[in-house]
Write a protein that binds this ligand. Sequence first.
Ligand code: ZN
Ligand code: FE
Ligand code: FE
Ligand code: ZN
Length: 265
Amino acid sequence: MVDYHLHTPLCRHALGSLEEYLAAAEQKGLKEIGIADHFPLELLGFAPEAQVTMEAEELPGYVESVLRLSSRSGPTGVKLGIEADYIPGTEERLERELSRYPWDYVIGSVHFMDGWDFSHPFFVQEYEKRDLVAVYDRYFQLVREACRTGLFDTIGHPDVIKKFGYRPEVDLEPYWVEIASVLKETGTCFELNTSGLDTPAEEFYPGRPFLEILCRAGVGVTLGSDAHEPESVGRHFDRALALLRQVGFKELAVFSRRQRLSLPL
Ligand code: ZN
Ligand code: FE
Ligand code: FE
Ligand code: ZN
């Protein structure tokens, strides 16, 4: 199996060395890992209240160290990924900055809603002040826009807005259907991110009904633990794979130099 969403301490909120993540993956018998740390927001001209990404000048060293790790021969392959934020208005800068490096894949994630870092525990009280329907509406709008930029191979944790357990009392199915159709139309995959199970949402991202819609729409799926510490590599993968098969997925999307390949499930 493969884990395509691992962080590194460069983002200031993860622990462990690259070698430790790889060792954890080897111990779990993973065929491949993808390091996908947070892309420096500084390069997009965006300075969040809490630093959650590496500094701009650390990016070349990040790429170099992942490539160095990947050049070693071992039982577990290593891919060069990155988790980039979709911030409206920064598409051109992001495209330019991404073009400098030989990524295997780029995860597009929405973590910011008009400046609010809504998946960060520091800013969770903001949910209490807002209309949850409007929050979810804006979130899914940003995810659709992210797909349409064409800059991303896969969309990270596509319903992470539920992370802290705040859910509006409306049917979300129309949003899920719309996301599925935009993903399909733009040829973008989505990520089954197993970290959600360890949050107040107590579900994978996306949850099962959303996953079913994505499967029916024929959207490709990538898999990631979003590990911010080596112990989390491959977390809940038995459950995730069982769920993917039950829902009807036959393959997992993997990437090499941004070319999509598949791994039978
Ligand atoms: Zn992170
Ligand atoms: Fe993320
Ligand atoms: Fe992540
Ligand atoms: Zn993430």
